[in-house]
Design a protein around this ligand. Structure first.
Ligand code: TYM
Length: 418
């Protein structure tokens, strides 16, 4: 891999050369021909995420569309590693997944790899990871997915269903492959070595459930591709279709470099951010401006390195003409950074305000989305134990399973798509 950047599921840093990444990872670029076909198939304008090449790479998308045109519907599969609150970067692949669900009338399997995050983050307890599963699920639901066509599951809560498939995968992945793909070394805990097997399982679950091969499409940012390279290698050995994938680039952090990431909270906008805090973060962002207003008027700014411009590009200016005008005005020194920041801050705050409302409303809908087949937490709640501990667990899980202390706890076992 290029010396200047790193892209793995657990570390994204440096200035990413996406063209190089396509070569390194061996994926395919989304080219004009594919976009034309997409347009014909959907009978609609391309979404901005495709027009602007935010989704830029794929695996077997042409094959998936062939199957679709031959009458085989596909299932969508995506996910989240719940180690903290959701940020705007996470929303990008999920918003696109929502578009795909609507356009192709596709069911969605949404995996919360709370097991992965528990294993990966030394200071994250299992309970915390599970409570973030719940918190992050609210963000997913807030995006408007169809409850009749969407299952959200936590690995820790759906392990009975996933385990057998994960075992089939694990049996066929050697340590040497895991080490080569992920760079594991002697200090890696053994749980992490197994985790790709669990992330592979939902790619085969639709086929297991249907008793026949079902095509699956996995929208994701490109950092997740190493997992699915392994999944795809294994698929034919298990008699399944290889899952197709569509990859997006990373929403950068507000500091202008690297991806938006939980490791840099001051330059990351979380969906739960207080609106004033979010505004402040935008106003403190790195821009492509000059040292003085005079100089900027004379020489113009540099949108290509400006975090603020990137935010318009990725999420907050969907009108191409207006985006082009903003870029031109900047380059010609006709608009100053302060103005651009203020406008973006207003848009971000408006977005968050609406999202937070929908997020709150999602608390009443969680049960319609989450599927579970096992629960240590529920079990624990049933056993008499330390009252404080029970109260703490109840607080975390109250809305999640909507039970009251002492009540019979029922967990939805499975869910049939209508
Ligand atoms: P996680 O929680 O790291 O990220 C969730 C999803 O968000 C993408 N992503 C981003 N996209 C754009 N800009 C960013 N700055 C940014 N940061 C993260 C990730 O690529 C991912 O699509 N192990 C996974 C969870 C998972 C999963 C999946 C993801 C399980 N099954 C299937 C994709 C597809 C994880 O920890 O994702």
């Amino acid at each position: 891999m290029n010396q200047d950047f790193t892209v793995t599921p657990w570390d994204v840093s440096g200035t990413i050369d996406y063209k190089k990444l396509i070569e390194d990872f061996g994926t395919e670029p989304i080219d004009g021909e594919l976009l034309d076909r997409w347009k014909r198939l959907t009978g609609d304008d391309l979404p901005m995420a495709l027009q602007r090449k935010v989704f830029f790479s794929h695996r077997d998308l042409k094959w998936l569309l062939d199957r679709y045109e031959a009458g085989e519907k596909f299932v969508l599969y995506t996910g989240r590693g719940p180690s903290g609150h959701t940020h705007l970067g996470h929303l990008m692949p999920w918003m696109f997944t929502k578009y795909l669900q609507d356009k192709f009338d596709a069911p969605l399997y949404f995996q919360m790899t709370d097991d992965e995050k528990f294993l990966f983050k030394q200071d994250l307890s299992m309970k915390e990871a599970m409570s973030y599963t719940y918190e992050n699920a609210l963000d997913v639901i807030a995006l408007g997915f169809d409850p009749k066509k969407t299952k959200i599951f936590s690995d820790l809560e759906y392990s009975k269903t996933l385990y057998r498939i994960a075992m089939e995968v694990a049996k066929r992945v050697t340590f040497s492959t895991a080490r080569a793909v992920f760079g594991f070394d002697n200090s890696t805990n053994i749980g992490m070595i197994f985790i790709t097997s669990f992330q592979s399982a939902p790619a085969f679950l639709p086929s297991v459930e249907a008793g026949k091969n079902i095509p699956v499409l996995i929208p994701q940012a490109i950092d997740q591709d190493p997992h699915f390279r392994v999944t795809r290698d294994i698929a034919p050995k298990l008699g399944y279709y290889k899952p197709a994938a569509i990859h997006c680039t990373f929403l950068p952090s507000l500091s202008g470099s690297d991806k938006m990431s939980a490791s840099k909270p001051e330059s990351t906008i979380y969906t739960v951010d207080d609106l004033k805090v979010a505004r402040k973060k935008v106003l403190s962002a790195f821009t492509g401006g000059r040292v003085s207003v005079e100089e900027q008027k004379k020489l113009g700014g540099t949108p290509s390195v400006c975090a603020i411009f990137q935010y318009y590009y990725y999420l907050f200016e969907m009108d191409q003409e207006k985006l082009d005008q903003r870029e031109q005005k900047c380059v010609r020194g006709e608009i100053m950074c302060g103005e651009c920041k203020q406008e973006l801050a207003d848009r971000v705050v408006k977005f968050l305000e609406k999202h937070q409302e929908k997020r709150e409303a999602a608390r009443d809908k969680v049960q319609d989305f989450i599927v579970s087949d096992y629960s240590a937490v529920y079990d624990k709640l049933k056993r008499p134990q330390d009252k404080k501990e029970v109260a703490k667990l109840m607080k975390t899980m109250k809305e999640y399973c909507s039970v009251k202390e002492g009540e019979q706890i029922s967990v939805r076992k499975s869910k049939e798509f209508k």
